[in-house]
Design a protein. Sequence first.
Length: 254
Amino acid sequence: MLRRFVLLAALVLAAPALRAAEITVMTSGGFNAAYEALAPVFERETGHRLVTLRGASMGAAPDAIPNRLARGEAADVLILAAEALDALAQRGFVRPGSRTDLVVSRIGASVRAGGPRWDISTEEGLRRALLEAPSIAYSASASGEYLSRELFARLGLAELVMPKARRIYSERVGSVVARGEAALGFQQISELLPIAGLDFLGPLPESLQRVTVFSAGIAANAREEEAARALIEFLAGPRAYEAARALGLDPIAR
């Protein structure tokens, strides 16, 4: 009897470790800073371990999430722009009905610390900054697609701006600006704020702003579906709100 009790006790004590899962997460930059703040909390509270792969929501970079999945890379949780997640769902890479919206993200601009403090709070101010900046960097993902395909043309500046603008692959725009390799950089605010060596100019004017919803979904080839759902619930829950707000993101109201 004593031996059975000892064995049962050992199994009970070992249960959390037996239930612990290794969750592979593919996340794009817009939510990455909030994810990095929250991931250790989730791991500590659940015993699960997160393996994180980073890439853009879209674009031609080899590490962009759609390209990773197309090569057959495995994942449990996908976190990226909602429109890109929906496109992946249509291609069969996401479990139907698993999309959960996490945050709303806006586009902002930064310069190297000590650089020109252009006022981009108005359309005219943004136009002036684009004309005066000797070089411009923008992302290869959702925000960059909007700027290069719509915004510059909408302002009537595409022919003047695009020759001095550079699309940044597989790196934060802010890192390029902080090194002095571009005078003005645009990306999701949440991707600019964590980078040292930058002066943040602010968001695009509301009349020109493009809001992006970042969402999570379960990959079609997920091996740890139950643990994946637990992670998504955590990232969408109240514990994540303050971390998101501190990084310039607006949590989705539940």
